[in-house]
Design a protein around this ligand. Structure first.
Ligand SMILES: *[C@@H]1O[C@H](CO)[C@@H](O)[C@H](O)[C@H]1NC(C)=O
Ligand SMILES: *[C@@H]1O[C@H](CO)[C@@H](O)[C@H](O)[C@H]1NC(C)=O
Ligand SMILES: *[C@@H]1O[C@H](CO)[C@@H](O)[C@H](O)[C@H]1NC(C)=O
Ligand SMILES: *[C@@H]1O[C@H](CO)[C@@H](O)[C@H](O)[C@H]1NC(C)=O
Ligand SMILES: *[C@@H]1O[C@H](CO)[C@@H](O)[C@H](O)[C@H]1NC(C)=O
Ligand SMILES: *[C@@H]1O[C@H](CO)[C@@H](O)[C@H](O)[C@H]1NC(C)=O
Length: 661
């Protein structure tokens, strides 16, 4: 037995060392080459509106498909390219790359339209309505916003607006279709159906376009200009192509493509030495762990191999019908073994990673083992949103529990959470790094959250209280539509409880909690409405909800501040100063609505139904008194619901129990 064990150990040891070596010597860089495209190459690409047909990427549909008018498409290499990283002393280390490709554009109508582009982008989905002059790069809504995070070298075959110089030029586009630079071409007709070889070179400082490349010795520089891509794009960036057609059409093909990117490494200081220092102890510790594991499992029999949370599965499976159960293996692979490079965010609950399941981008939440409520929240989340479907809710794709890991898989939200656009990251004292959202987008976000809450409160089979509405729990999809997420605190109200519309346990985030929550110690439909009201003010005023962690929970709060401006008849002054253009009447309506939702007395707050009517303009906002009304408790007799429960002793100083999430 002992001999057998040591045999196993030696084998394992060798295996482990080999694995470690393989992992540590692997170079992170992107070199690939497609001399032509074959059907199986689709696996290596992310295709949106485009496909591999006839030995080429048809970036917009080929004639053999359906309509070819008013189309746009994108095609990316599946693996992102590490474009830059932080080096020593805040210096950024920027990669260089060469991308050489053969394009063929064939006009299908007299004028041809619209063009093709080589693009570097943070997220791969195709913007909606990006046909016509938008070239699949941006759309009317995202044009000019640095949130678009896209840089393109365009091959424009059509003069589609005033500033376009002609219908045969190369341009450099940064987050916008209105080029930073345009160079007309002479002697080459882009849309003539010829194979044209283009080389795009970036040396970390300048971007240069060589064109056409007839052979290795003749390199015709079209333009070269300085460009700091690390300022414009995230560290991991996708490379690929986009194209579009309009009323007039053409075929936009990429016939071959080679990309060579430099390797900028991972670690600021001498990586090789560091690896040795890491590898040796890691191997030793792993071996220790493995021997202990074997020793332990032999001694204790099979019990330890069994799942630590058998009851979770029962609870989830008894509940939901939608989400899929994943194997840990699959999710580990999808996220590159929970690689820190793929980390999207971290909070009290754990860490969220980006991953790929097949060719689908997903976000994987790994519930922290230290989170005391981890298990409970995991069940709450999977059982609540797992069974809900609404366009303004983050969609839950699946879940996994295995080897003590609790994981939730959601659809990926390219623009992350709302708070970083509005109030930066308070925890780390970070300033807002994202540009201001325009009013239409903010209004649309507020409307989206309202629709989601109305659905939760009134629209789905069982009433759901979210209990933790706040900016960091609102995610933004590629079009900046709001998606309510983080249902870790949510509770489903069973039919029997429905008459009370309440759920026990005090929960939420300070600053977003209604005054009565501290007294009744539980969530209600009205406390969700209050949190929504605070969110409205936060989004419109562009400031944090203020601190409430004094005994006087209104002190310094955004609610008090806006109400004060309302009292002075200067409510418009509350609007975020970064908002340049907006409809003043609409702004006043939304601010007033926000205040109405933050009425100190729960029975005075509008329902989400009413909120929706105000937002669509069907109804005026409720009247809001100029003085902030006094908080009355217990509330009116009609609200016997509250008094009947009574106040347990000791609940009058509830602040000690609260922790912000
Ligand atoms: C670029 O990458 C391709 C594919 O890996 C490789 O064949 C080629 O030699 C590389 N070119 C250079 C200049 O490194
Ligand atoms: C294409 O889109 C434009 C607006 O972008 C529209 O005016 C036109 O009718 C559309 N053409 C076709 C054939 O659908
Ligand atoms: C790109 O091409 C240039 C010129 O051929 C070469 O000097 C440079 O090293 C190449 N860069 C990369 C990352 O392959
Ligand atoms: C980068 O661009 C600047 C300005 O156009 C030019 O002066 C410089 O020579 C370029 N450098 C390279 C390496 O092309
Ligand atoms: C496309 O054609 C329609 C009518 O056929 C016209 O109304 C529209 O303005 C055209 N769009 C563009 C972008 O040329
Ligand atoms: C990728 O290409 C770059 C530039 O040509 C080169 O420096 C690097 O060594 C290549 N890496 C691999 C793994 O081929």
């Amino acid at each position: 037995m002992l001999i057998m064990c040591s045999w196993r150990f030696s084998l394992l040891l060798i295996l482990l060392i080999a694995l470690c070596c393989a992992a540590f010597t692997q170079v992170e860089c992107l070199n690939f080459s497609f001399p032509r495209f074959q059907d199986e190459d689709e696996q290596k690409l992310i295709l949106h509106g485009s496909e591999v047909v006839k030995g080429a990427i048809q970036v917009t549909p080929d004639v053999s498909g359906d309509s070819i008018t008013n189309q746009s498409g994108r095609a990316f290499y599946r693996k992102p390219f590490k474009l830059w990283r932080e080096g020593k002393g805040n210096r950024r280390i920027i990669a260089s790359f060469n991308s050489t490709f053969v394009l063929r554009i064939t006009a299908k109508s007299a004028l041809g339209g619209e063009g093709l582009a080589f693009i570097l982008a943070d997220h791969t989905p195709l913007p909606e309505n990006s046909h016509g002059k938008w070239l699949g790069i941006v759309n009317a809504r995202t044009d000019g916003s640095s949130l678009s995070k896209v840089v393109a070298v365009e091959f424009d075959t059509r003069k589609s607006y005033e500033e376009d110089i002609d219908d045969n030029h190369v341009g450099l586009d940064v987050n916008s279709i209105y080029s930073k630079k345009q160079v007309p071409l002479y002697g080459v007709k882009l849309s003539a159906g010829d194979d044209i070889t283009v080389k795009i070179q970036y040396d970390g400082k300048n971007i240069s376009v060589f064109f056409p490349l007839t052979d290795e010795t003749v390199k015709n520089l079209v333009f070269s200009m300085p460009l700091d891509l690390s300022d414009l794009l995230l560290q991991n960036t996708f490379v690929g192509f986009s194209a579009s057609t309009g009323n007039d059409t053409q075929l936009n093909c990429i016939r071959s493509w080679e990309f060579n990117g430099s390797d900028i490494g991972e670690y600021p200081n001498g990586p090789n030495l560091l690896w040795v220092w890491i590898t040796v102890p890691v191997v030793v510790i792993l071996l220790g762990g493995v021997s202990f594991y074997f020793y332990w499992t032999r001694k204790d029999g099979k019990e330890n191999l069994e799942d630590a949370y058998p009851e979770i599965e029962e609870q989830i499976q008894g509940h939901s019908m939608g989400p899929k159960k994943f194997r840990l293996k699959e999710l580990r692979r999808a996220t590159g073994k929970f690689d820190s490079k793929n980390r999207l965010g971290t909070g009290g609950f754990g860490t969220v990673y980006k991953g790929f399941l097949g060719n689908k981008e997903v976000a994987v939440k790994r519930v922290s083992k230290n989170s005391s409520q981890g298990k409970q929240e995991f069940i709450a989340e999977v059982t609540t949103i797992g069974s809900l479907r609404h366009k303004n809710l983050v969609k839950l794709i699946g879940w996994c529990y295995e080897s003590h890991e609790l994981l939730i898989v959601y659809e990926y939200m390219p623009n992350g959470s709302l708070d970083k656009f509005i109030i930066g990251d308070d925890n780390f004292g970070m300033k807002i790094t994202e540009p201001a959202l325009i009013w239409e987008i903010r209004h649309n976000i507020i409307y989206g959250v309202a629709q989601a809450l109305d659905y939760l409160h009134n629209g789905c089979e069982k009433r759901v209280l979210h209990r933790d509405i706040k900016a960091s729990n609102i995610m933004l999809d590629s079009e900046f539509n709001a998606r309510v997420g983080d249902f870790g605190l949510a509770r489903i109200i069973q039919q029997s409880e429905k008459s009370h519309h309440t759920t026990k346990e005090i929960a939420g985030t300070l600053g977003y909690m209604a005054p009565e929550s501290f007294l009744i110690g539980r969530a209600t439909v009205e406390t969700d409405v209050y949190a929504f009201g605070v969110l409205v003010l936060v989004v419109v005023c562009g400031r944090s909800p203020g601190n409430q962690n004094k005994q006087n929970n209104y002190c310094n709060s955004i609610v008090l501040w806006v109400w004060d401006l309302h009292n002075k008849d200067k409510i418009l002054d509350a609007a975020d100063s970064r908002l340049k253009e907006f409809d003043e009447e609409e702004m006043v309506h939304v601010l007033t609505l926000g205040l109405a939702c933050c009425h100190p007395n729960p029975q005075e707050r509008p329902s989400m139904r009413t909120v929706l009517k105000v937002l669509t303009g069907e109804a005026d906002p409720p009247m809001v008194s100029t003085e902030i009304p006094a908080f009355m408790w217990p509330p009116m007799a009609s609200f016997s619901d509250y008094t009947e429960i009574g106040l347990p002793e000791g609940q009058l100083t509830p602040f000690t129990e609260l922790t912000g999430r």
